[in-house]
Ligand binder design. Structure first.
Ligand code: GLU
Length: 396
């Protein structure tokens, strides 16, 4: 067999698969409205682009330090201090090629074959497969819209075994947009500390919060919790910089040093121009962030209200990210043209083929009976996409 067992054990990213399917249909001239990928539709703010162009013109186009430039590390340290009241040193920070790469390197660094990692479901599509690639076994805790897609400390305690190495927290969450309060986090942190389970806190959607929700990092709870936590964040979502691929990790120096070793043997360093752009994103003016955040909030309000008016759909109003995760179980087991639609995957295929809208099935995130809509697309697209959704449901 040509392919390794490792690669055969994982599947391609479903979010990226839907994105490329929608893009290829569009390229064929088919009028698709995509609620697929979680990618801001806004352009990267001009000051960031100018900074990067300037860096190119000045010849900043060579290899950089493996773990990222000192100036970007300092910008990250400053950000963590100002926004989260967290103190880190440069030895506790590594910059990688996107949050996904940060997580990938982290998983390769901490997991041995057979280690268990606790992942609340619905989860972001890449956690389980990245864990499997690192030899670890994902252990899921299922949640539903009834409990606002949240796990409790006692849910976590129940699945902990001597093999449990880490717990993944993602608040605000992709795909549900749900958030954990400070009190929820304290309880979760305690159970992890008590059982020596490392906390991986994916804070990628920190800046996208609504209704005056105040983001709180689990690492802020105490020095002891901070030492037991690895924080992953990046510039992709907050600054509309998905293509620049810059993520960062803050955590114990021992872990960061080991991640740096892995990075030195794979990508050498993140892209020089992107390091410059991310430095400007973190150090420069932040007005553009608030403009985008407000627009996302407006879209969220609209999309949630309209979805809840559709018979068969119920949708929570999430406090963060740019996703909604409606329950569509009331729309399943119906037929179209004599063909049954029994699962969320079949429903999503029906929407793509007949309504020309792209969404991601809940099962891709480990939660069947739901679908994820990203509202990181224009209001015009959202209105038209929901009109199409309504019509497609009426004829079932
Ligand atoms: N994180 C985004 C999403 O969930 C981008 C695609 C990906 O990396 O999964 O749609």
């Amino acid at each position: 067999m040509l392919l390794s067992k490792r690669v055969q054990a994982v599947k391609p990213s479903p979010t990226l698969a839907i994105d490329s399917k929608a893009k290829s249909l569009k390229a064929q001239g088919i009028d698709i409205i995509s609620f697929g990928t979680g990618e801001p539709d806004f352009d990267t703010p001009q000051n960031i682009k100018n900074f990067a162009i300037d860096a190119i013109n000045k010849g900043f186009t060579k290899y950089c330090p493996v773990a990222g430039t000192v100036e970007l590390k300092e910008a990250v340290i400053n950000k963590l201090k100002l926004d989260n009241n967290l103190n880190y040193t440069k030895e506790e920070i590594i910059i990688s090629c996107g949050g996904k790469h940060s997580l990938y390197n982290l998983f390769q660094t901490i997991f041995d074959d057979g280690d268990e990692v606790i992942i609340p479901a619905p989860y972001w599509v890449s956690y389980p497969d990245m864990a499997i690639l690192a030899g670890a076994k994902p252990v899921f805790i299922n949640t539903s819209d009834k409990n606002h897609f949240k796990v409790t400390a006692s849910d976590i305690q129940k699945v902990i075994t001597p093999k449990t190495k880490a717990f993944i927290l993602n608040s605000p969450s992709n795909p549900t947009g749900n958030t954990y309060t400070e009190q929820d986090l304290k309880e979760i942190a305690n159970v992890c500390l008590k059982n020596k389970v490392l906390i991986i806190s994916d804070e990628m959607y920190e800046k996208l919060v609504y209704d005056n929700f105040k983001f709180y990092s689990i690492a802020q709870i105490s020095e002891e919790v901070k030492k037991n936590t690895v924080v992953v964040n990046g510039v992709s979502k907050a600054f509309a910089m998905t293509g620049w691929r810059i993520g960062y990790t803050a955590g114990p120096a021992e872990i960061i040093k080991a991640m740096t070793k892995i990075q030195s043997q794979s990508t050498s360093c993140p892209t020089s121009i992107s390091l410059k752009a991310a430095t400007e994103a973190l150090n420069g003016p932040k007005e553009a962030l608030e403009v985008m955040r407000k627009e996302f909030e407006k879209r969220r309000n609209y999309i949630v209200e309209r979805l809840n008016k559709i018979k068969g759909i119920t949708c929570l109003k999430p406090e963060g990210a740019f996703y909604v995760f409606p329950n569509i179980s009331g729309l399943l087991n119906k037929s179209y043209n004599g063909k049954m639609i029994n699962t969320d995957t079949e429903f999503v295929e029906y929407l793509l083929d007949n309504a020309r809208i792209a969404v991601v099935p809940g099962s891709a995130f480990g939660a069947s009976g739901y679908m994820r809509l990203s509202y990181a697309t224009s209001m015009e697209n959202i209105v038209e996409g929901l009109n199409r959704l309504e019509k497609a449901i009426e004829i079932l």
